[in-house]
Structures are given as structure tokens and as C-alpha cells.
Design a protein around this ligand. Sequence first.
Ligand code: FES
Length: 147
Amino acid sequence: MYTEKVMDHFTNPRNMGELENASGVGTVGNAKCGDIMRMYFDIDENGVINDVRFKTFGCGAAVATSSIATDLVKGKTIQEALQVTNRAVVEALGGLPPQKIHCSLLAEEAIHAALWDYAEKNGITIEGLKKPKSDIHEHEEEETIEY
Ligand code: FES
């Protein structure tokens, strides 16, 4: 059911924990399954994500997607981080079972939420970033993703 990569990130998650004095913190949930994901970004003056941590209260797929998502955004610019979509996360994991695709949406939305928080704290606008939802359940209903 799960790829080796998913199992690896689930059993040995990268970048788990919190960052004190994070530049941006984003929290998203899914009311349907009750899972919650929080991401902490440390962004430097050049707009590079120097450090990142996550805390996920959720299913194994949510833990694995948070872990790989943090790996994918670490060391990247804000614009590069915006390219880390749920599709990119699923691809990096070598796939997810269809009923678990929604878990990867949490990761994409948590990245957006952390960047949104950073932008708000600094009074800036990040091109291409829309206000993230705090609950992806609504969004999930609209999305039909085929893998
Ligand atoms: Fe809710 Fe995976 S079941 S995020």
C-alpha cells in the first residue's frame, strides 16, 4: 500500500519539532479526519528558507508528507517553496494511495500558511501566494487528482 519512501519518512521523519523565533508559522487542519499540521520556517533576509520544522498530529501519510515537504523546501527561496505542491510531494514520495492524497494537501497548505504568516509579519506581499485555508476539507472537495 505504501512505498518504501513513505515508510521511511513515516518511521524516521526529518525536521520534526519546532523553531523558536520562527519567521513564519503556518497551521492547517482537515476537519474531516481531524488531522493538524504545523510548519515553522526560518527565512533569512534574502528570502531563503534556512531552516524548517514541522509538527503533525495526524495519520502516517500526513507525517510522511510533512517530513518530505520540509526536506523539499529547506534551503530554497520563497518562490521555489511555492512550487512544492501536493503533487510534487506525492511524486517525491513515489506515490500515495488515492484515499491518502488529501494528506499531501495539508503539506502544501501548511507551506503556504507559513509563508503567509511570514509575509504578514514583514508587511510584504509574496507574488503568487493566495491566502491559505485553515481547513483544507473544503478545498479537498473541489480537487480531483488522478495518479
Ligand atoms: Fe487526515 Fe491523513 S487521514 S491527513
